[in-house]
Design a protein around this ligand. Structure first.
Ligand SMILES: Cc1cc2nc3c(=O)[nH]c(=O)nc-3n(C[C@H](O)[C@H](O)[C@H](O)COP(=O)(O)OP(=O)(O)OC[C@H]3O[C@@H](n4cnc5c(N)ncnc54)[C@H](O)[C@@H]3O)c2cc1C
Length: 455
C-alpha cells in the first residue's frame, strides 16, 4: 500500500511518522520550504490528547525531544481587566508526566521535531493542484508538472485545502467576523517588568469593553539566544536537545506572545492588508485606555513578527460516500482557536487514520471500509470541536454589541471575581476546564508493529 499525504503540517507529518514506523510506504508533499513567518513562529498549546497522539505516533526518542523542547509550563491561568487588575487567577497543577500534561510549544520547533527522521519521506516545493481517481489508484498532480500515484490520498493541506475543494465541493468554510492581530517581543529586562509575576508565569486573557480580547503567553525555552542549552538544565533533556539536529534552524528564543482580537467593525477595513508597524499602530489605536504597560508591550513588539489572522470556521458536514481519498485536521474541520484544540484534533485524526491503515495492511479491513469507519468517527468529534470552538469566538456574541456588550462584560467580571474568592468553586472550575478532553485513553494509544512481511 502506498499512501500519499498532501501537506506536511502538524497532522500530515504526525501521520507520516506512524506509517513509517508501521513499515507502510508513505510520501508527504509539502508546498512550502521551511517557513518562519506568520503563525509558524507562534505558540501552540498541545493538551494531553495531542501529547498522547504524538506519543503513539513518534519514535520514542523523538517524542522525548518534543517534550525537551517545550517552553516552561504555565503556572497560572489568569483573567484580567484592561488595566491589568486580576479578575480570576487559577493555579495550574504542575505535572511531571511527559504525556498527561498541557504543553506550550513553539510551532516552529514542533514543525522541526516532526520533520526529523522524515528526510526521505517529505518532498518540499510540491504544490498540489488536483487529483484523479482511477480504479483502486489515485494520482496527485503538482504545480511543477510532476505527479505521484498511490492507493490512498490523504488531505492534510490545512484550512484552504485544495483536495477538499475538489473532493467535497459541498463543504463550506466561513468567516466568524473576528480578526486577531498577533505579535511577539523578546523577553528583556524591560519587557519582563511590564507584566505582574502571575502573568509572566501564566496564560493570561484580557476581556475588555467593545468585545476586545487579548491573550498573553510568556514562552521561555531551555536554550539561549545563541541556541546553546541554558546552564542548569542537565540530564537527559540537555542531552536530547544537544543531539537533535533541528534546533540549528530555530528562530524562536524566549518571547512574549500576544494576540489582540476584535469584531471586524472595530477594525480598519483593510486590516488584512496591514503588516508590521501598521498593525502595532492599530493595536495602540484600539486600546487608548488600557494600562500603559500593556501598551508598552505593543510598542516593544518586533514589527516583523506582527500579522493579522482572519478567524475562519467550517460548517458541519453530513457524511459522504467514502473512497480512497480522505482528509484530516483543518483540511476538513477548520475551527476557531477558541478552545485551542485544532492541532490536537488533527493529531487525534492522525492516530485514528494510522490505525485504520494498519488494519488494512494487516488484512483486517478493506481500504474503503476502514476509511469510512475513520471518517464517521472523525466527523462526529471533529465537528463537535468546531461547534464548541465557534461558540467561544464569534462576532454574534453579545460582548460585541454596544450597550448589551458592557452589561455582558460586567456580568462576566462579577461572576469570575466571585469565583476567585471561593477556593472550592475555583478548584472545581479549574478541574472542569482541564478535564475537557475529547478522546478516551485507549483511542489515542497505538500498537505499531512493522508489517507481517518485514517481521
Ligand atoms: C491564532 C491561532 C491559534 C491557535 N492555537 C492553537 C492551540 O493553542 N492549540 C491547538 O490545538 N490548535 C491551535 N490552533 C489551530 C491549529 O493551528 C490548526 O488546527 C492546526 O495547525 C491544523 O493542523 P493541520 O495539519 O490540519 O494543518 P496545517 O498545520 O495548517 O498544515 C497544512 C500544511 O499543508 C500545506 N499545504 C497547504 N496547501 C498545500 C498544497 N496545495 N500543496 C501542498 N501542501 C499544501 C501547508 O503549507 C501546511 O504545511 C490555532 C490556530 C490559530 C489560527
Amino acid at each position: 500500500m502506498k499512501v500519499l499525504v498532501i501537506g506536511g503540517g502538524t497532522g500530515g507529518l504526525a501521520l507520516a511518522h506512524g506509517l513509517v514506523r508501521a513499515g507502510i510506504d508513505v510520501a508527504v508533499f509539502e508546498r512550502d520550504t521551511l517557513r518562519t513567518d506568520g503563525l509558524h513562529g507562534y505558540r501552540v498549546g498541545i493538551d494531553p490528547d495531542g501529547s498522547r497522539a504524538l506519543h503513539a505516533l513518534l519514535p520514542t526518542e523523538l517524542y522525548d525531544t518534543f517534550v525537551a523542547t517545550k517552553a516552561r509550563d504555565p503556572k497560572y491561568f489568569n483573567m484580567l481587566t484592561e488595566d491589568l487588575k486580576e479578575v480570576l487567577s487559577m493555579e495550574i497543577p504542575a505535572s511531571t508526566d511527559p504525556v498527561e500534561s498541557e504543553k506550550s510549544i513553539s510551532r516552529m520547533t514542533l514543525r522541526q521535531v516532526l520533520l526529523t527522521g522524515l528526510e526521505d519521506v517529505v518532498e518540499f516545493g510540491k504544490e498540489f493542484t488536483r487529483f484523479e481517481q482511477h480504479g483502486s489508484q489515485v494520482t496527485a498532480y503538482f504545480a511543477d508538472g510532476t505527479e505521484a500515484t498511490g492507493d490512498v490520498l490523504v488531505a492534510a493541506d490545512g484550512s484552504g485545502s485544495r483536495v477538499r475543494r475538489q473532493y467535497l465541493p459541498q463543504a463550506k468554510t466561513e468567516e466568524t467576523g473576528i480578526v486577531a492581530i498577533a505579535g511577539k517581543l523578546p523577553i528583556t529586562a524591560e519587557s519582563a517588568q511590564l507584566v505582574p509575576p502571575k502573568v509572566f508565569e501564566g496564560i493570561s486573557m484580557i476581556n475588555a469593553p467593545r468585545g476586545l480580547f487579548c491573550i498573553l503567553h510568556v514562552m521561555e525555552f531551555q536554550w539561549d539566544r545563541d541556541g546553546q542549552v541554558k546552564s542548569g538544565i542537565g540530564g537527559n533533556t540537555e542531552e536530547l536537545i544537544r543531539r537533535w539536529p533541528g534546533l540549528q534552524f530555530d528562530n524562536t528564543r524566549d518571547y512574549i506572545n500576544w494576540g489582540l482580537s476584535a469584531a471586524r467593525d472595530k477594525l480598519p477595513a483593510d486590516i488584512m492588508e496591514l503588516r508590521g508597524e501598521e498593525l502595532i499602530r492599530v493595536a495602540l489605536e484600539l486600546t487608548p485606555g488600557w494600562h500603559p504597560n500593556l501598551r508598552r508591550l505593543f510598542e516593544l513588539t518586533d514589527p516583523g513578527t506582527c500579522f493579522p489572522v482572519n478567524i475562519w470556521t467550517s460548517v458541519p458536514l453530513e457524511p459522504w460516500e467514502s473512497s480512497n481519498v480522505t482528509l484530516l485536521g483543518d483540511a476538513i474541520h477548520t475551527m476557531t482557536p477558541g478552545r485551542g484544540v485544532g492541532a490536537n484534533t488533527a493529531l487525534r485524526d492522525a492516530v485514528n487514520l494510522c490505525r485504520a491503515l494498519i488494519d488494512v495492511r494487516d488484512g483486517c479491513q478493506e481500504l474503503v471500509q476502514a476509511v469510512h469507519a475513520y471518517e464517521v468517527k472523525m466527523i462526529d468529534y471533529g465537528f463537535d470541536a468546531v461547534i464548541k470552538s465557534r461558540a467561544q469566538m464569534t462576532s454574534d456574541d453579545p460582548v460585541h454589541k454596544p450597550v448589551i456588550g458592557r452589561m455582558a462584560l460586567a456580568g462576566l467580571r462579577t461572576a469570575m471575581r466571585t469565583v476567585n474568592h471561593l477556593p472550592p468553586v475555583k478548584r472545581r472550575m479549574r478541574d472542569s476546564m482541564l478535564a475537557y478532553r475529547g478522546a478516551d485513553r485507549d483511542e489515542l494509544t497505538l500498537e505499531i508493529n512493522p508489517s507481517p512481511v518485514e517481521r
